[in-house]
Design a protein around this ligand. Structure first.
Ligand code: FEO
Length: 168
């Protein structure tokens, strides 16, 4: 059985994951409106991944006999100036998610909840990849600058991303 403090913290994280999904869907739509269909695809996959993260936490609460309580999802930004700005916001957002997960892990340590610590390891590892992906896109876009052909080629590359289901 989950203790209340852990249950509340994971419920808060579910809301953060769903907000992340909403943010990435908004970024995907903004990319589409800019004619960047590959980037729109990349962020749509990101949206699906965040939903999957929320579901993984949901499944965990249920498996531990807890109660999932859904909270309202706050509004998100809908427009950005450039794709570089979008990826800069992506990195800043993922750094916030990392901090939230670190805090969740700290609570699990304080409450001596070993099962929650173990479950969180997957998410903590995932954050390394999330931050690395955003950083490498920022680096690439800085290199591209205002070279239209470079942006066209990067957008083509982003169109190849596919959703890979995560372990339940
Ligand atoms: Fe669910 Fe991008 O962290």
């Amino acid at each position: 059985m989950l203790n209340k403090k852990i249950e509340d913290a994971i419920n808060y994280q579910i809301n953060a994951e769903l907000w992340s999904a909403y943010l990435y869907l908004s970024m995907s739509l903004d990319c589409a409106s800019k004619g960047l269909q590959g980037a729109a695809n990349w962020f749509e996959i990101q949206y699906q991944e965040e939903q999957a993260h929320a579901m993984k936490f949901k499944n965990y609460i249920i498996a531990r006999g807890g109660r999932v309580v859904l909270q309202p999802i706050q509004e998100v930004q809908t427009e950005w100036n450039t794709l570089l700005d979008i990826f800069k916001d992506t990195l800043a957002h993922e750094q916030k998610v990392t901090a939230l997960l670190n805090n969740l892990y700290k609570i699990a340590l304080e409450e001596t909840d070993v099962a929650t610590q173990s479950m969180l390891k997957w998410f903590i590892d995932e954050q390394v990849e999330e931050e690395e992906n955003a950083t490498s896109m920022i680096d690439a876009l800085k290199m591209i600058g205002d070279n239209g052909y470079g942006l066209y080629m990067l957008d083509k590359e982003l169109s190849t991303r596919v959703f890979v289901p995560i372990p339940a």
